[in-house]
Structures are given as structure tokens and as C-alpha cells.
Ligand binder design. Structure first.
Ligand SMILES: CC(C)(COP(=O)(O)OP(=O)(O)OC[C@H]1O[C@@H](n2cnc3c(N)ncnc32)[C@H](O)[C@@H]1OP(=O)(O)O)[C@@H](O)C(=O)NCCC(=O)NCCS
Ligand SMILES: CC(=O)OP(=O)(O)O
Length: 339
């Protein structure tokens, strides 16, 4: 698919170093080998040295020395990382003894590789839960100075024969913010629109989703979406956004013409902002597992430096794609585009 090829191409040209925190998972090692073979990024695998080496050596025809291994139990970086972690977390009562122990956690170790500038981004979550993966990024890397909060999105690739309109869309937030208020939902919309444009080069068309379209239902959960749309519009009058809309009114032009008359999106949204994590997480998995849409994510947005999560059901191809997205984000961070 064209947008995916473009992301892989941009990643290759950026020549970034990405750390994978779960280096002893066979899918991770396969994704890493693919990334290096295809020139998508340089890779650091974090994990038990012997286990990771054995998995790498099993890839016949691939020189294992092309990938660096960091073992968090014996790394010479541990004292530096413990001092950095202590600095970040002492306001929460962390002691040096606690920091020395916690840096051996692979998620924290990988986040510290990013924070200390040794690599450009990290990817985890093929084994660890989203909560644990995201918590390490929040605690070590933290929110970017120009973002109000951290949230997440999925890149949804519509490329099957039965997908009438092919292409890439963004679903948010399907991974992180459990129950956003109106202000937070507006921030998720702003950040997701910026991420969509940064990754595809196209103008974002943002739908704020609900079980109601243009006042068809009255409920406080609908009012939240209306208010979020107003906040997002007020803070960026140039943003092409509409809500509240049901998914069909945001996605199908013929339905929009009936249910959302006058909507500037005309049923052709490309960024879909869900009102809760319940809706978003279920929605993306239904589109992926029944609809055959390829889902890359959760991609985190609003962090000071790139760190991304995966679903535990991911494949090595998903990992390759997430490595590419992370490298592109690192490039975008360098050039200063806000997301
Ligand atoms: C992400 C998540 C773990 C954060 O939980 P939390 O309990 O706030 O985590 P912590 O208290 O460790 O947060 C660490 C720091 O990040 C901050 N933080 C939490 N959420 C944040 C956000 N969305 N943006 C920015 N900062 C955030 C906290 O305030 C805290 O600040 P501190 O430095 O003062 O400690 C939680 O929101 C979560 O579990 N989300 C759902 C994940 C999930 O299960 N998804 C489904 C599968 S994809
Ligand atoms: C994103 C997500 O739902 O992750 P997991 O499947 O690992 O819970």
C-alpha cells in the first residue's frame, strides 16, 4: 500500500536507531531482522544476552553482529541510568536503591536508552501490557513541552478488495486515555490530526464520534462530544472537524448526506476520534479482526521523544511497521513538527 511504502521509505532515509525492549521474543527478533535487512532502521535489542543471541543466530544468512544487544542485567550503562531515573522519579519518593533495581526492567531500560539520547525511539508491548509499556514511557520520557497530554492512535490501513475506499485512516484513542473529558478529547483530536498529516502528508478530516449524529440523541455523553468539537474548533479554526457523528455518518458519503446534512466532512473523514477507550479499543479490534483492516499501533503522541506500544497479538510484520512509524516520528521530532 502506497502510504505504508512511503512511511517505510521515510524511515529508511532517516537512518534512526530504534530499541526493541522485548528482544527475547521471536516475533520481535524477526521484525528486527526484517528492519535491518530492508534498511528501515538500525536496531538495538534489549534482553538476556544469551537468549537474544540464540534467536538472532537462528536467522540463517543474517549476520547477527548487525544488531546490537543490551542486557539490562549486565549493561555498563546501569549506573548512568539509575542516576537519570532517580532524577526523574525522586519527587515520587524513589531512592537510589529503588532506581538501581528498576533500571533492570526492560521497559524502563529501553525508555532510558531514548531519554539519554543513545537511541532515537523505542517499541515494546508485544509481551508486556499496554499499561506497563506506556507507564515506562510516561515516567521516563514524559510529555512534550508543546503537548497538553499523551494519547495514542492506530494507523488503520484499508487495503483489502472489499474495502470500497482504500487508504490510511487514524483511529484514536484506542490504547491509552480511558475516559477523556471534553478538553482531553479535543486534545486527542488535535494531536491525531497532526499525526495523520505528519505520517501521510495529507490534510486531516476529523470526525468526533458518538452514538448520535447532529443532535439525533440527547445525553451527557453526547454533549461531551459536542463540547470537545467546539473546543478543538476554537483552538484551531483551520482544522477540518465535525461532531457529534456516528461512524456511518463519518465514513459513508451516502449516509452523511441523509444524517449529517451540511457536514464539512461529507462522510469522508480520515481521522476518527472515539469518545472513550471502551469504544476505541473495541472499534479498532473489530475493524481489524472482522473487517480485515491492518492496524498499526498504539502509536503514542504527545511524548517528548518517540516510544510506542504494540498489541500482544502482533506479528513480526506489525513490528516492522511500528519500527518504521517510530523512526518517522523521531525524524518529525528532530524537524520540530508538533504532534
Ligand atoms: C497509561 C496508564 C497506564 C497511565 O496510568 P497512571 O496510573 O496514570 O500511571 P502513572 O501514575 O504511573 O503515571 C505516570 C505519570 O504519567 C502521568 N500521566 C498519566 N497519564 C498521562 C497522560 N495521558 N498524559 C500525560 N501524562 C500522563 C501521571 O500523572 C504520572 O505523573 P507523575 O510523573 O507525577 O507520576 C493508564 O492510563 C492506563 O492503564 N491506560 C489504559 C491502558 C490500556 O489498558 N489500554 C488497553 C489496551 S491498548
Ligand atoms: C492495543 C491493545 O489492545 O493491546 P493488547 O492487545 O496488548 O491489550
Amino acid at each position: 500500500m502506497k502510504p505504508l511504502r512511503a512511511i517505510l521509505g521515510t524511515a529508511s532515509a532517516s537512518d534512526k536507531i530504534i530499541a526493541l525492549s522485548e528482544g527475547d521474543d521471536p516475533r520481535i527478533v524477526e521484525g528486527a531482522v526484517m528492519a535491518v535487512k530492508e534498511g528501515v532502521a538500525q536496531i538495538v535489542l534489549v534482553g538476556n544476552y544469551d537468549k537474544v543471541s540464540a534467536l538472532l543466530t537462528a536467522h540463517s544468512g543474517f549476520d547477527p553482529n548487525r544488531i546490537e544487544i543490551h542486557d539490562p542485567d549486565s549493561s555498563p550503562l546501569l549506573p548512568q541510568f539509575a542516576a537519570a531515573l532517580l532524577e526523574r522519579r525522586k519527587h515520587k519518593g524513589m531512592t537510589i536503591e529503588m532506581a538501581q533495581e528498576q533500571v533492570k526492567n526492560r521497559l524502563f531500560y529501553a525508555a532510558l536508552l531514548v531519554e539519554e539520547g543513545i537511541v532515537d525511539g523505542t517499541v515494546g508491548g508485544a509481551v508486556e501490557t499496554t499499561s506497563d509499556t506506556v507507564r515506562a514511557a510516561l515516567q521516563i520520557i514524559g510529555t512534550a513541552p508543546d503537548a497538553a497530554m499523551v494519547s495514542s492512535f492506530f494507523l488503520m490501513l484499508f487495503c483489502q478488495d472489499h474495502h470500497d475506499v482504500k487508504g490510511v485512516r487514524v483511529f484514536a484513542d484506542c490504547g491509552l486515555v480511558v475516559d477523556p473529558n471534553a478538553q482531553e478529547m479535543a486534545e486527542i483530536a488535535r494531536a491525531s490530526a497532526a499525526s495523520y498529516t505528519a505520517l501521510t502528508g495529507d490534510t486531516a478530516r476529523v470526525a468526533m464520534l458518538s452514538f448520535s449524529t447532529s443532535g439525533s440523541a440527547e445525553h451527557p455523553k453526547v454533549s461531551k462530544v459536542v463540547e470537545a468539537t467546539q473546543i478543538a474548533r476554537a483552538s484551531d479554526p483551520d482544522l477540518l472537524i465535525d461532531g457529534e457523528l456516528q461512524f456511518d455518518a463519518a465514513f459513508v458519503p451516502e449516509v452523511a448526506a441523509k444524517k449529517a446534512v451540511g457536514s464539512p466532512l461529507e462522510g469522508q473523514a480520515n481521522v476518527f476520534v472515539f469518545p472513550s477507550l471502551n469504544a476505541g479499543n473495541l472499534g479498532y479490534k473489530i475493524a481489524q479482526r472482522i473487517g480485515g483492516v491492518e492496524a498499526i499501533g498504539p502509536v503514542l503522541q504527545g511524548l517528548a521523544k518517540p516510544a510506542n506500544d504494540l498489541s500482544r497479538g502482533c506479528t513480526s510484520e506489525d513490528i516492522l511497521h511500528m519500527i518504521a512509524v517510530t523512526a518517522v516520528q523521531a525524524q518529525t521530532h528532530e524537524t520540530g513538527t508538533k504532534s
